[in-house]
Design a protein around this ligand. Sequence first.
Ligand SMILES: Nc1ncnc2c1ncn2[C@@H]1O[C@H](COP(=O)(O)OP(=O)(O)OP(=O)(O)O)[C@@H](O)[C@H]1O
Ligand SMILES: [Mg+2]
Length: 378
Amino acid sequence: DEAKLKRAVIERVSAKLNKKPLEVAKHPIGIETRVHDVKKMLENGSNINGVLVVGIHGMGGLGKTTIAKAVYNDLAQGFNGATCFISNVRENAGQPNGLVNLQKQFVGDILKEKNTSLGDVAQGKIVIKERASRKRVLLILDDVDNIKQVDALAGGRDWFGSGSVIIITTRNEKVLLDGNVKQDEIYKPQELNEDQSRELFMLHAFNGEQPQGEYVQLSNQVVAAAGGLPLTLEVIGSLLSSIKNVKEWKDTLEKLKKIPHREVQQRLKLSYDNLEDLEKKIFLDISCFFIGKNRKNATYMWEDSGWFPNAAIQVLVQRCLVKIHVINTMYEKYEVFEMHDQIRDMARAIVDEESYGKPQQQSRLWNNQDCWDLLQRK
Ligand SMILES: Nc1ncnc2c1ncn2[C@@H]1O[C@H](COP(=O)(O)OP(=O)(O)OP(=O)(O)O)[C@@H](O)[C@H]1O
Ligand SMILES: [Mg+2]
């Protein structure tokens, strides 16, 4: 009848309106082949219960989230709004009520229910399983590090309807295997090859233009030292774009070479070390308190302290240490801070180091447990 039709139309339209494509990367390189690889794996996977699963595994900064976003954008159209991209599962699950809140996101995005009360994780599982098992869904769990997270959000293939697609990214392959993802469903993206690495580096270091003179040779050496890891290429490239003399380029290259490939955070710290004092402070503040928070509120606070936040933020964005994400809802538009998890962890390690394990000497208390311990002691 008419009412039913109306509701169906509203649901469809609002589903489409709320689901914009995700921003993939500032300068995406070689993404199509990676998306193609994942889609091939989905087609050839074990297809248990009609549900297609692919795990994406690799080290931090390799491009797993980027690939997951690109796959999501590619497939989302076919799911009629029943799509859900759960970001930063590791970080969010660790917050108070973390897992339940992630389950609520699923219920909101896929089942379109805003205020369902889930009580606890066990109840959340029952709701999801009961209500999604006849739905064809596209679900991305990005950056999981514990089987409990997979269990809470996608505890079995019988939770979802036939034709559903589940993509899980992680640095820890064991989580995938424990979650019953089969070896032939695990995608291990390669690092960027030399040409791709050079291209990404040039885009960040020279805005895509050709370097001149000594910088040609130096660029090649930096690219070789960066070892095909997109995050390193991006951060070191943007750092070097702000350095205009050969000597400092050489110094940076030497430092980079000394830090092993796997020590990604130490490599990223080269960019932090190069910041001015106020930029450093604002950067650390963002990493501890303002990720996902409104830029305006934080800016007022820094201005009150006599800092110059807007100039500093511009530098941090240019260095790819911080990203600004525009939130655009039906009612308002505002900017929030984003930070890559490796960069965030690098920053918080700097804050922790200041105090050598004594939270009361720390400049910023970001850890719930530390705050609680300290308050109890007073
Ligand atoms: N193919 C690519 N082309 C251009 N930039 C890329 C590419 N892949 C990744 N990047 C950039 O490199 C950075 C790291 O990528 P991404 O966040 O996807 O890594 P990750 O594997 O998810 O890391 P983590 O395990 O820490 O979550 C991002 O800023 C992203 O924009
Ligand atoms: Mg990631």
